[in-house]
Design a protein around this ligand. Structure first.
Ligand code: SF4
Length: 418
């Protein structure tokens, strides 16, 4: 393509590529608020995050909500853009490339409003997208190959990729450009991490490796220090945990560490430290700055929620409810932080509080929901901690509060005031 025709095709693309919304925020504000907001959220804010309720027999139920919880700036923006898109293009097919965020309520609601999801029968993959469609890219972003295919389709693209994710991409691209392997602390199959490692692939000969946790990082450290087994390493870190052609004997000499934005920040920092120290031990101090780099790319919203929960679980609590989708990475890490400190349950919403005896929840490091019996104390006073992941709407927190008051035998209307 000549540079003139390439410039005109870029100009044409920019007219159908929206990265900063559609200028309709005011128009959709009322609908978004009515579907996802809860008056209880405001009540918590007004009361300094604590609401107490008294029962007829004098027993109290006190809820202590984490200082930071629920929808983050990136999710709010993404959901707003989805509603703006519906408002602006009522007659077009609108297709999401996958879950917009990891919350079933939000995804189901968008489907009810007519949004299609890639993988549906009428849009099995990108090849079914046409220039008549509008495609929504989620807050996690999409991999470069998928973006290119969508760009080629001629569809209108509404990109809701969070700015904090773009920041991770910037760091990974810099590593790749400078010849460092990107070592990403994240979940190899998570949309965000798939998109992040694809950025390293923009540079020929650049590589990436994904480690899930400190245990996997130790395998990398061992390999750097000459204690690893090549075959076992390659098996453990087979794609998508590593880039095609990754060779641990060649591609662990210069490393840049980044992380999925929603990981446990203490673990991310420990992994970066361990890898940096291993490279220093193996190669000495001399060229350490060019051999090792690290950027903490945990987003501030994730960090704030983790800090707020750390503060919350220092207080005496009988039980903690962590509310969010089971596939929500940041919600899972909140549950992990509370493990062993306070009886904690990761639930998706009020439907998990089956009755005063039974609760459905996802234990940490397990995939499936389980039922636990005897979770709720019904006699005497109770102190309940509450938090919610960055993709959990306010309305879920309000609904969980009301369900728990019902199970504890409080009479409606529920009036705080203890
Ligand atoms: S969790 Fe962080 S990176 Fe993800 S959407 Fe929210 S603000 Fe953005």
């Amino acid at each position: 393509m000549s540079s003139a025709s390439s410039a005109s095709s870029d100009a044409a693309f920019s007219e159908r590529y929206f990265r900063k919304g559609l200028g309709l925020r005011q128009e959709v504000r009322g609908q978004v608020a009515s579907e996802y907001r809860s008056d209880w959220a405001q009540a918590f804010r007004d009361s300094g995050h604590t609401l107490g309720f008294q029962r007829a027999d004098g027993a109290s139920t006190t809820f202590q909500l984490a200082r930071e919880w629920g929808f983050c700036y990136g999710v709010e923006r993404s959901v707003d853009y989805a509603y703006e898109t519906l408002h602006r293009f009522p007659d077009r097919r609108i297709v999401l490339t996958g879950e917009i965020i990891h919350n079933p309520r939000v995804n189901n609601r968008l489907r009810d409003l007519g949004i299609r999801f890639l993988g549906d029968e009428d849009v099995p993959d990108e090849s079914a997208i046409t220039a008549e469609d509008v495609v929504l890219l989620p807050a996690f972003g999409v991999a470069t190959a998928q973006f290119d295919a969508l760009k080629q389709s001629g569809a209108i693209l509404v990109d809701t990729t969070c700015g904090s994710v773009l920041n991770v991409w910037k760091n990974v691209e810099r590593y790749a450009r400078d010849g460092l392997t990107s070592l990403v602390h994240g979940k190899a199959n998570h949309e965000e991490t798939r998109a992040t490692v694809s950025r390293a692939g923009l540079y020929p000969d650049a590589h990436s490796l994904v480690v899930l946790d400190m245990d996997e990082a130790r395998l990398v450290v061992d390999y750097i220090l000459g204690r690893g087994d090549r075959a076992a390493f390659l098996e453990r870190f087979a794609p998508p945990k590593s880039s095609p052609g990754f060779d641990p004997d060649l591609h662990l000499e210069r490393i840049g560490v980044a992380n999925q934005t929603t990981m446990l920040s203490s673990e991310s920092l420990a992994i970066a430290r361990a890898v940096g120290e291993a490279l220093q031990q193996r190669y000495g101090d001399a060229d350490q700055p060019s051999r090792f780099r690290s950027f903490d790319t945990i987003c501030s919203a994730t960090q704030d929620r983790q800090d707020a929960l750390a503060e919350l679980i220092r207080q005496p609590l009988d039980v903690l409810l962590v509310i969010g989708g089971y596939n929500s990475s940041n919600t899972g890490h909140l549950a992990e932080m509370a493990d062993g400190v306070v009886p904690a349950y990761h639930i998706t919403g009020p439907e998990c509080l089956v009755d005063a005896a039974r609760i459905l929840h996802k234990p940490i490091h397990q995939k499936d929901e389980v039922q636990t019996v005897g979770w709720l104390k019904t006699d005497g006073d109770l102190r309940v901690g509450l938090t919610a992941g960055a993709s959990t709407p306010d309305v879920m927190v309000g609904a969980v509060l009301e369900r728990l008051l019902e199970l504890r035998g409080h009479a409606e209307p529920y009036q705080p005031g203890v």
